[in-house]
Design a protein around this ligand. Structure first.
Ligand SMILES: Cc1ncc(COP(=O)(O)O)c(C=O)c1O
Length: 398
């Protein structure tokens, strides 16, 4: 399906296939159901024969455009758009594993995914195993955490919120050896920076709420995989649990993706500049950014990502007390969860996105109480630095 270079596919890819009029932009298909041409046509579609739409919980042209587009950008066969990133994670996990099975995830992942794995899947006797960030770079340690009941491997890289980097090829080799799929949550990188399927992963998941949409006005998710896996997700979970994306949200995300290349370039360049500046700042005790040579995953990130992303974590001197003051004193950066938007967003993982972890679990995951997460927006980086600088100075002077 790939026809052009990446930046061109980001703008044009698949859109023209969905245009049946003289419009530049395909319309939003706001319809819940579809008119069958006759009873036989309806019966055929229900039996999986012929082409056409049945009902928008199952499929809709606006969703198909988005699915085809993200599949194209990720280098996957097909995709499923979901109501949220969380429903993408849940749909994949609940399709691949059943009662009595286990799966292996890294300890450091988005707090909502951690809660799903740790608190909810065990109710269905689907049991998570968590590998610590340090062991997750050791193939023997990963292998040792799996057995004949392990149904999939799951990782985030860069991980939320510590920006840990895991070697996708290493995890993919282990998954292949065990004949189980590797799921990679590619939310922090986006397909512009990293394409896990090309590195051996089997399933890519996104919170499309973030960089794919990029404008902070939609919640959505997507699963990219081969047809066999996507059909299984639809049949075993999705069509009947029903976490479907609305056509309007699909249209907005497809529109957002058209500017992914320019947005990611700016997010990455500004984040690199801000991370270097933070690392040299007298009020900062530590910075986590994969683009810094001080980051333990710098080399791996350089191999599997095209740039280092727009997310930074840092700790100010004075720990959580000082950090809280910084978050309360910023004027330009917005104190809010989520990421990948035009606006710079700042938040406190230990009490917000990762409040689903106990204090002990956070310690194991390397999420310190003083860690602040910054999603670098599209503003002038000088203004972001000036804002952080005034906030840190004010916090230090109190
Ligand atoms: C890495 C990652 N995966 C998944 C999710 C869940 O996505 P959503 O909020 O769209 O349900 C998030 C949300 O922040 C995330 O950061």
């Amino acid at each position: 399906m790939k026809k052009y270079k990446k930046d061109t596919d980001i703008v044009h890819g698949v859109h023209q296939t969905y245009i049946t009029s003289q419009d530049l932009v395909p319309p939003i298909h706001m319809t819940s159901t579809y008119h069958f041409s006759n009873a036989e046509h309806g019966a055929d579609l229900f039996a999986g024969r012929g082409s056409g739409f049945i009902y928008s919980r199952i499929s809709n042209p606006s969703l198909e455009l988005l699915q085809d587009k993200v599949a194209l950008l990720e280098g996957g066969e097909t995709a499923i758009a979901t109501a949220s990133g969380m429903s993408a994670v849940a749909s994949a996990a609940m399709t691949l594993a059943g009662p009595g099975d286990n799966f292996l995830s890294c300890t450091t992942i988005y707090g909502g995914s951690y809660a799903l794995f740790q608190k909810h899947l065990p109710k269905y006797n689907i049991l998570p195993r968590f590998i610590s960030p340090s062991a997750a770079t050791d193939p023997a340690a990963i292998e040792n955490m799996t057995d004949s009941k392990t149904r999939f491997l799951y990782l985030e890289t860069p991980a939320n919120p510590t920006l840990d980097i895991l070697d996708i090829r290493v995890w993919a080799d282990i998954a292949r050896g065990r004949k189980i799929p590797l799921i990679v949550d590619n939310t922090f990188a986006s397909p512009y920076l990293q394409r896990p399927l090309e590195l051996g992963a089997d399933i890519v998941i996104h919170s499309a709420t973030k960089y794919l949409n990029g404008h902070g006005d939609v919640v959505g998710g997507i699963i990219v995989a081969d047809r066999e896996i996507c059909t299984a997700v639809r049949e075993h979970y999705f069509n009947h649990f029903g976490p479907v994306m609305s056509p309007f949200n699909a249209w907005l995300i497809s529109r957002g993706i058209k500017t992914l290349a320019v947005r990611m370039e700016k997010h990455c360049d500004s984040a690199m500049q801000i991370a270097q500046w933070l690392e040299a700042h007298p009020n900062v005790s530590r910075v986590w950014y994969p683009g810094l040579t001080s980051h333990p995953g710098h080399e791996t990130a350089g191999r599997q990502m095209e740039k280092f992303g727009g997310m930074i974590a840092f700790e100010v001197k004075g720990g959580i007390k000082a950090g809280r003051k910084v978050m309360n004193t910023v004027k330009l950066c917005i104190l809010a969860v989520s990421l990948g938007d035009c606006e710079s967003l700042i938040q406190h993982p230990a009490s917000m996105t990762h409040g689903t972890y106990s204090a002990e679990e956070r310690k194991k995951a390397g999420i310190s109480d003083g860690l602040i997460r910054l999603s670098v927006g599209l503003e002038d980086p000088a203004d972001i630095m000036a804002d952080l600088d005034q906030a840190m100075k004010q916090s230090a002077s109190e």
